[in-house]
Design a protein around this ligand. Structure first.
Ligand code: PRP
Length: 211
């Protein structure tokens, strides 16, 4: 048995991911969200967990610094990383949408300014529609961009819908569904196949019980 390194995304879904792992028999007794520690081990030290920013999980996995990653599909789609996406953990369910202040026509001919934390996702969506866009990369509070006239629309995540609503924006289109996924480094999957498969199978049992 080889040691597996798991990169777990900090943030909204971290607690649910850890709860799912625990149900699958994978727990990190020394984990403490409030501590500044970044590396944790399970009881038999067969799994090393690194607790990292969600936006960085795919980088750790693609680089082979982590064998497995648990992260939202939003970050996976944006990163365009070369890795395997092997399991939907059915956590952190939300969606990518296009939204604007008013019902702007999403048509060809005019360059549309799009603000987003996910410029690659935005570019791909509008490219599929044949619409030329200029993307403005923001790191948060994206809903502000159309309000202060910095962009025509946004591509962002909607979970409860309250941020869109409270800022008077309208959803123009759904782009993609999002949930937390398990990703695997390609080389690791070839060299540590049995251990990774066992890890996935443990999670699958819990997921099937939840259905
Ligand atoms: C995310 C997203 C939306 C909001 C959607 O932002 O970018 O702004 O959550 O959630 P809702 O539909 O439940 O309102 P986040 O909370 O991560 O903060 P940020 O704006 O600083 O990126």
């Amino acid at each position: 048995m080889s040691q597996l390194t798991l990169a777990l995304a900090k943030g909204r879904t971290a607690k649910d991911s850890l709860r799912l792992l625990e149900k699958a028999g994978i727990s990190f007794p020394d984990f403490d969200e409030k501590s500044r520690k970044l590396v944790f081990f399970n009881n038999d030290r067969s799994i090393k967990m690194i607790y990292v920013k969600a936006v960085d999980v795919t980088t750790y996995v693609e680089q082979g610094a982590a064998d497995i990653g648990i992260v939202g599909r939003d970050n996976i789609l944006e990163a365009e990383a070369d890795l395997y996406e092997l399991l939907d953990l059915h956590l952190g369910k939300c969606r990518f949408v296009v939204a604007s202040l008013k019902d702007i026509p999403l048509t060809k001919g005019k360059t549309i300014k799009v603000a987003s934390k996910y410029p690659n996702v935005a570019k791909r969506y509008f490219f599929r529609k044949g619409i030329t866009v200029e993307t403005i990369k923001l790191n948060g509070s994206v809903e502000l961009a159309p309000i202060i006239n910095m962009s025509d629309c946004i591509v962002d995540i909607v979970e409860t819908g309250s941020t869109i609503k409270e800022n008077g924006l309208t959803i123009l289109d759904d782009v993609e569904k999002i949930s937390t996924r398990l990703v695997v480094n390609k080389a690791s999957f070839a060299t540590k196949t049995d251990d990774i498969q066992h890890f996935i199978d443990q999670l699958k049992v819990v997921l099937e019980d939840n259905e």
